[in-house]
Write a protein that binds this ligand. Structure first.
Ligand SMILES: N[C@@H](CCC(=O)N[C@@H](CS)C(=O)NCC(=O)O)C(=O)O
Length: 196
């Protein structure tokens, strides 16, 4: 299989961590690319031009990190680790947090928007704050399922906030959540895929 990715995509990093956690690393060739420069090989497998994309053994290209995660879980023939509904809930919250953070960072870079410059920007900040509050309050619900995809995507979203939006100072404001993030960040799968 092939995984198209770049070094700064939180979506791609979450998928890569899941591949490592499920011991599938040797079966996946990493295809580094730049989604922002209309990479021809990436466009060939994903008309949307976004990473991550997983090309399966049969040559089928799957885009969208949650769909890729679901496919990876199906390969191990084991039930999802952790209660399925909780894992799905976490994955959804984590994806929302990741999308809101990523969209803020990208609009700053490409549209040159300052903080609170638009209604959309404010909505992204509010979504981030609400998601962090929700996660901080429900940490006891999910701290048992650290290797689930739901937990991985939340932890990568938190890592992305530290990497790209350090001014939000999530460690200071959401202490329980940050201790949990630091615990996951110490796993080899996280250490070996750190944002650069
Ligand atoms: N919902 C998608 C988001 C993927 C995404 O936004 N990828 C970004 C990198 S983090 C990208 O490739 N952007 C290039 C573009 O939008 O042209 C997923 O979960 O995989």
């Amino acid at each position: 299989m092939k995984l198209f990715l770049n070094k700064t995509s939180p979506f791609a990093r979450a998928v890569r961590i899941l591949i490592i956690e499920r011991s599938l690393e040797d079966k996946v060739e990493l295809c580094w690319c730049d989604p922002w420069s209309d990479d021809a090989q990436l466009l060939d497998v994903n008309p949307a031009g976004r990473v991550p994309v997983l090309v399966t053994q049969s040559g089928t290209a799957i885009s969208e990190s949650l769909l890729i995660a679901s496919y990876i879980e199906s390969l191990t023939n084991e039930p999802l680790s952790g209660p399925q509904e909780k894992v799905m809930h976490l994955a959804g919250v984590g994806q929302g947090l990741m999308e809101a953070s990523f969209s803020l960072v990208i609009s700053r870079k490409y549209i040159n928007e300052g903080q609170n410059a638009s209604v959309l920007t404010k909505r992204r900040y509010d979504a981030i704050q609400r998601s962090l509050q929700h996660l901080e309050q429900s940490i006891d619900d999910y701290s048992d399922h650290d290797d689930s995809f739901g937990a991985i995507i939340v932890a990568v979203a938190l890592e992305y906030l530290v990497f790209r939006l350090p001014e939000l100072d999530t460690a200071q404001h959401f202490t329980a959540l940050d201790s949990w993030r630091a615990k996951l960040a110490a796993r080899p799968s996280f250490k070996g895929t750190a944002f650069e």
